[in-house]
Structures are given as structure tokens and as C-alpha cells.
Design a protein around this ligand. Structure first.
Ligand code: MN
Ligand code: MN
Length: 324
């Protein structure tokens, strides 16, 4: 099947030529597609090294290496769903709170248009306004959403620097407080590293969030951990957030807060594939910081994870179309 929403043919137009859009796709409005790939160039939430404002552009660049057909499933997401690059959310780099409102309003519009959003960040704070835009309309009918978070960090801390509550270390605490995410349908995978206070995980644990540290992951493996993650979120609407720092920094060094001892890319790809069949309302890939990524490896890895997520979202679209 050939549609208007196909990547440029690399047999005709070389990968290094043409305008760099996500996956070499056409640019379109969310209302025209089933899956909207969006950039959120934002790093106002970073507590340490900034630079993720440059993430979407470099992810677009490296995504020119992505091909059409998934080698395991033999399926092309472009045969299953209409997909396009729907541009960037234009934030105000001098106003964090205003930027959060801009992002939430934008994703409210994407949801209204009927597209599933796949987002390239941006630091991890962007997941909060994305969830505000996507989940709020859900609250009356279906309740808060489930969440699967791949990350070295919990991002459920209360505040930084004597009271700043909106940072890339706090989005999921706010999301629970705001009723956007059901903490009992929330699983965090890959956490590790020393913490600044022994109580840093207390809030998440008290709320019922399932934390799977890297040590437990190593003992149990990909399939067992993902079977539990799937059971935790169940059949109800769920969002997926992938922080690139869940990967070992030897494979993804270009990020603001690296932690050694992480997942390898093969494990991450296998885990994303096991999201297939869940009722996903969107996904994001965050924390790629090109200033710390001179070879482009981290952005290439991020673009590849975006392709894996896209393939899973295409399955969601296909299932919904079949059900109509
Ligand atoms: Mn994070
Ligand atoms: Mn992290």
C-alpha cells in the first residue's frame, strides 16, 4: 500500500539529501494523520546539564537512517497508519510555567484531532504537560491513565532548590497529584544509582508505584519484567515514556544526567516490542542532549527507539481501525 504519508525513498533520494523531518516523512497537521510525531525542544526543567532543547532537531537528522520495515515483525508502520512529522511545539525559553501551558494546550489539540502523539523531547518535564493535554479529557470517562516509564531515575521527587516543583526530576509526582496518572497502574523500569536522600523513593512506594531497579531487571530478564509491566497497566489507556538515560551511557552518552550500569540497546528494543497490544494513548522519548553527543550515537539510538515506539503505536491504530 502506498499512501501520501511515506518516508522519502532512499533508493531515489539519498539519506543525506532533502529536508530532515522525522523518519523522512512529510510534514502535516495532526488532523491528517493517525500518528503525529512531534518535537518539544525544551530544557528548562534540567537540574544539571542542559541541552535537550536541541534534541528534536538532531533526532530528526539521525532518523534519516531509519528504514520502513521492522525486521522482526516484517511490518511497516506506514502500511498500518498514516504518520507525519507534525512539527515542534514552540515554547518560550524564558518562561517555564508558560511553556508548560503551551505544551499542554498543544497536546489537547493533538488529542482533539484524533492523532496518537509520538514525541521527541526535550527534558523529562515535558511528559507532565503532555499528560495534562492527553489525560485530562479522559478523567471524566475512563479515569487516570497507566504509565510505563523506562528511566534511570524515578522523577517523583517533590522539589529542587528550595521549592522548585517543576523540574525533570518531579514530573510524575505532579502527574499523580493532579490525578493524571494512576499510581497503582504505574511501573518504573531500570532505576539505579546513588540517591541524595534515603527517602527519595518513599513517595512513589507509598503511592503504590512499582519500581523495578536494574538489579531486579538483571535477575529476571526482559520477558518476565515486561509480563509484569503489562499486567500492571492492564487493558486500560496507558502512556509510555522512555528516558534515554535508562540506557548505559557507554551506548547513550549524550544526556544530561547519565548513570552507569544501565540497559543495553538490545534489551531496550526487546522491551519496547513487548508493549505491543496495550491500549497506548501516546509515547515519548526524552533527554537526548546533542551538546554531549559529538558522534550522534545517542540521537541515532533515540531515533531507533522512536521507530520501535512508532511500530507499536501503528499496531494500536490498526487494532482500533479493525474494531470500527
Ligand atoms: Mn527521567
Ligand atoms: Mn533519567
Amino acid at each position: 500500500m502506498t499512501t501520501a504519508f511515506e518516508p522519502l525513498d532512499s533508493g531515489t533520494i539519498p539519506r543525506f539529501a532533502g529536508l530532515p523531518t522525522f523518519m523522512r516523512l512529510p510534514v502535516a497537521e495532526p488532523a491528517q494523520v493517525d500518528i503525529a510525531i512531534l518535537g518539544v525542544p525544551f530544557d528548562l526543567g534540567t537540574t544539571n546539564r542542559a541541552g535537550t532543547r536541541h534534541g528534536p532537531r538532531e533526532l530528526r537528522n539521525q532518523s534519516s537512517l531509519m528504514r520502513r520495515v521492522h525486521h522482526v515483525t516484517g511490518l511497516s508502520p506506514y502500511d498500518r497508519a498514516r504518520v507525519a512529522d507534525c512539527g515542534d511545539v514552540i515554547i518560550d525559553p524564558f518562561d517555564l510555567m508558560r511553556s508548560l501551558d503551551i505544551i499542554a494546550a498543544h497536546y489537547d489539540g493533538v488529542r482533539e484531532a484524533g492523532a496518537l502523539p509520538l514525541t521527541a523531547g526535550g527534558d523529562h518535564l515535558i511528559s507532565l504537560p503532555i499528560l495534562r493535554g492527553l489525560a485530562k479529557a479522559n478523567l471524566n470517562t475512563r479515569g487516570p491513565v497507566g504509565l510505563i516509564q523506562f528511566d534511570a531515575h524515578s522523577d517523583t521527587y517533590d522539589s529542587f532548590f528550595n521549592g522548585s516543583r517543576y523540574t525533570h526530576g518531579t514530573p510524575f509526582r505532579r502527574a499523580i497529584e493532579e490525578g493524571l496518572v494512576d499510581p497503582r497502574r504505574f511501573v518504573q523500569i531500570g532505576l539505579r544509582g546513588a540517591i541524595s536522600d534515603a527517602g527519595n523513593y518513599d513517595y512513589a512506594r507509598e503511592m503504590g508505584v512499582r519500581i523495578i531497579f536494574i538489579e531486579e531487571f538483571m535477575a529476571r530478564g526482559v520477558e518476565d519484567v515486561m509480563a509484569e509491566a503489562r499486567a500492571i497497566v492492564g487493558d486500560a489507556p496507558t502512556y509510555v515514556t522512555f528516558d534515554i538515560d535508562v540506557l548505559d551511557p557507554s551506548q547513550a552518552p549524550g544526556t544530561g544526567t547519565p548513570e552507569i550500569g544501565g540497559l543495553d540497546t538490545r534489551e531496550a528494543q526487546a522491551m519496547v516490542r513487548l508493549l505491543d497490544g496495550l491500549d497506548l494513548i501516546g509515547a515519548d522519548l526524552v533527554e537526548v542532549a546533542p551538546p554531549f553527543d559529538p558522534s550522534g550515537l545517542t540521537a541515532l539510538t533515540g531515533a531507533t527507539i522512536l521507530f520501535e515506539l512508532l511500530c507499536v503505536l501503528a499496531g494500536v491504530v490498526e487494532k482500533k481501525k479493525g474494531a470500527r
